[in-house]
Each structure stands twice: as structure tokens, then as C-alpha cells.
Design a protein around this ligand. Structure first.
Ligand SMILES: Cc1ncc(C[n+]2csc(CCOP(=O)(O)OP(=O)(O)O)c2C)c(N)n1
Length: 356
């Protein structure tokens, strides 16, 4: 697959190429395919569960964007941090969160990752340093800058990846947070998933600049753009940014060009009135899972039978998650009053903070 990349900025050095350098890497490719296909199969069932009323509230599907979550998060270490928006199911799974507990959260059940009180938009798991799932557009970007500050303050070498949609770049929080990260040289990779639309508004109708990565110039920040349908291109661009953050504590603004195949959320139709069916069909020709599968077939890394086996295995895994979620109880009413304030006086909380 071709990789397309632009890079500019003061510290934009290339250090490693995590793609295959033209050689096959079947084990890695199988892992990437598994991760992307799990997200796809999981979310297809989410759409079904939503239609059946098992998932309530908002539900934004990630279908079409799986190469972004898998490509970026496959570069991270377990002790790195991830923070994101409401379109968070795929990233949660790619980060290794349990499909059972994620599905239970979507069903609003007590075994959910946040005990059924967050729902689709607020997935969170401290075990894998997944800091949400945030529903307010742009509000989590300053939090990511804060995580970067904490890492630097404590003398760590972790990195924080902060995902956001392209609409975020026109909010004040984005400007304030990136300015601070650029000024203080914080180890954060800001990943803009440019899927071309904020709800029903095309990027061209909302932004004075269309090559969004150029905004990094305002914050003296290295910046790059890559093809978000090509998991290898995403990995390569992420590796450069993560190396730079880990080694030199320099942030990066990475624009990943992608496309969502479903509507903005489960409340709008698949194609909507703001885009044509022909446009959708054109983008679907570059389905990221299909592209990876074709690459693997061409390189003799995968047979049709192996693909069918993997698919059957993942469908069973998702069915198991569904069954688990369905059996999980509703959270008890009393739990409404739990987890509202942090008890900083308790021994266990203090120990947890000290151990960080
Ligand atoms: C501050 C704020 N304004 C408006 C909304 C309503 N809203 C929810 S999603 C959305 C569009 C965001 O689009 P984008 O950031 O590009 O992400 P995408 O949905 O494309 O993944 C808007 C305007 C909100 N949640 N928060």
C-alpha cells in the first residue's frame, strides 16, 4: 500500500520505519487485521443492539476509521496514555479494553467499564491508561495537555495520544491547549481524525484552512498528514511523532485523513443529506480493512480460509460480549451517589496516587 506523508516543523526528524520496508511481516499484519476486524464486527452488533433498544442515549460508530485507532495505538507502550472524544468504541478495543465490559457499558449495565454510568461516549479504563471518552467537543484537549505536563513534571518518558475530530480545531480549547504544549514542549501527539464532516457540516464550510495539520505552525509544533485508510501509513506517521515525544518531549499535530462510513450517530441515516451516495461509495472503495486484507493476500500472508476462521472467531467473541452484557444487572439506584467526588482522604486513594 502506498504511504503518503507530509512533514514539517522544527523537530521533524525521521528515526524509524515501523512499516514493512517492502518486506512482509505476517505476524504484525495479522495482529493489525485482527484489531481492525474486531472493531468492525463489534460495532455492527452495536448498530443492531441500538435498533433493539439495548443501547440507549447517543451512539457514534467508528466504522471506516479503524486503521486510525489500530495504526496509532499499535505503536504505544502499555504505560502510555490515550484520551479521546465520544467516537471511542474502536479506540477502546484497539487499546485492549475488554469487549465484554465495553459492551456492558454500552448496554448501561453494572459490569460496564464505568459501571454502566457513562455509556457509549464515556468509556474509561485506568488499567490501560484510557482516560475517556469525552462528549463535549474539544473539552478533552486541555486534559491531554495536562497529562503531558504531568508526565514531564514527574520525569517520565511516556507519551499521551489525544484523538479528536477535525471540528475541534475551531474551538478555543484547542488553541489554548496546543499553544501551551508547544510552548512547554510536552510529550503529546494530537491526532486529528479528519473524516471531512462535523455532524452534517463539511470541513470546507467551517474551516478557513483545509490542510488542518498546518495549524501546528501557530504553535511551533512539528506537524504531519497521512492517509488514514492505510494502517501502515498511520503507523509510520505515529512512530515518528511518538519517538519525538518520548525522546525529546516535543508534541506533534498529526492530521489523519479518513472517512466515516456510517452517519454521525445512530440518530441519522447512513449517508445523510449532506453527502451523496456516490461520494460514500467512492470512499468505501478504500475500506481500510479491505486494503489490509488485499495487501496480505497479495503477499501470501493470508488465505481465504484463514480469513474466514478469523472472522468466525471474532464474531463469536462479540456474541460472547453481547451475552455477557445482556446478563449483567442494571446498576443499583444507590450507585447514582457513588463516584461523584474523589475521596482523597482514604488510604487506598492516596496509595494509588503515590504509586503513579
Ligand atoms: C462544545 C460542543 N459543541 C457542540 C456539540 C455537538 N456536537 C456533537 S458532535 C459534533 C461534531 C463534531 O465533529 P468532529 O469533531 O469533526 O468529530 P466527528 O464526529 O467527525 O468524529 C458536534 C458539533 C458538542 N458535543 N460540544
Amino acid at each position: 500500500m502506498a504511504t503518503k506523508k507530509k512533514e514539517s516543523g522544527s523537530a521533524g526528524t525521521q528515526t524509524s520505519d515501523p512499516s514493512t520496508n517492502g518486506k512482509s511481516n505476517p505476524d504484525l499484519d495479522r495482529e493489525l487485521l485482527r484489531s481492525m476486524l474486531l472493531q468492525r464486527r463489534f460495532e455492527e452488533r452495536c448498530a443492531e443492539a441500538y435498533a433493539l433498544g439495548k443501547i440507549g442515549g447517543f451512539c457514534h460508530l467508528y466504522i471506516g476509521q479503524e486503521a486510525v485507532s489500530t495504526g496509532t495505538l499499535s505503536i504505544l507502550r502499555p504505560d502510555d496514555y490515550v484520551i479521546t472524544t465520544y467516537r471511542d468504541h474502536g479506540q477502546a478495543l484497539a487499546r485492549g479494553m475488554s469487549p465484554r465490559n465495553v459492551m456492558a457499558e454500552l448496554f448501561g449495565r453494572a459490569d460496564g467499564v464505568v459501571r454502566g454510568k457513562g455509556g457509549s461516549m464515556h468509556l474509561f479504563d485506568r488499567n490501560v491508561n484510557f482516560l475517556g471518552g469525552h462528549g463535549i467537543v474539544g473539552a478533552h484537549v486541555p486534559l491531554a495537555t495536562g497529562v503531558g505536563f504531568a508526565i514531564k513534571y514527574r520525569g517520565g518518558d511516556q507519551v499521551c495520544i489525544c484523538f479528536m475530530g477535525e471540528s475541534v480545531v475551531n474551538t478555543g480549547a484547542f488553541h489554548e491547549a496546543l499553544n501551551m504544549a508547544g510552548l512547554w514542549k510536552l510529550p503529546v501527539v494530537y491526532v486529528i481524525e479528519n473524516n471531512r464532516y462535523g455532524m452534517g457540516t463539511a470541513l470546507e464550510r467551517a474551516s478557513a484552512i483545509h490542510d488542518i495539520y498546518e495549524r501546528g505552525a501557530s504553535y511551533n509544533m512539528p506537524r504531519a498528514q497521512c492517509d488514514g485508510q492505510d494502517v501502515f501509513a498511520v503507523r509510520e506517521a505515529t512512530q515518528e511523532a511518538v519517538d519525538r515525544a518520548r525522546r525529546d518531549q516535543i508534541p506533534t499535530l498529526l492530521e489523519v485523513r479518513t472517512y466515516r462510513f456510517m452517519g454521525h450517530s445512530m440518530s441519522d441515516a447512513v449517508s445523510g443529506t449532506y453527502r451523496t451516495k456516490a461520494e460514500l461509495d467512492e470512499y468505501m472503495k478504500r475500506d481500510p480493512i479491505m486494503l489490509l486484507r488485499m495487501h496480505m493476500l497479495e503477499h501470501g500472508e493470508l488465505t481465504d480460509e484463514e480469513l474466514q476462521r478469523l472472522d468466525a472467531e471474532l464474531k463469536a467473541l462479540v456474541q460472547d460480549a453481547w451475552d455477557f452484557a445482556d446478563k449483567s444487572p442494571e446498576p443499583p439506584l444507590e450507585s447514582l451517589y457513588e463516584d461523584v467526588y474523589v475521596d482523597t482522604t482514604s488510604d487506598s486513594t492516596n496509595q494509588a496516587i503515590a504509586a503513579d
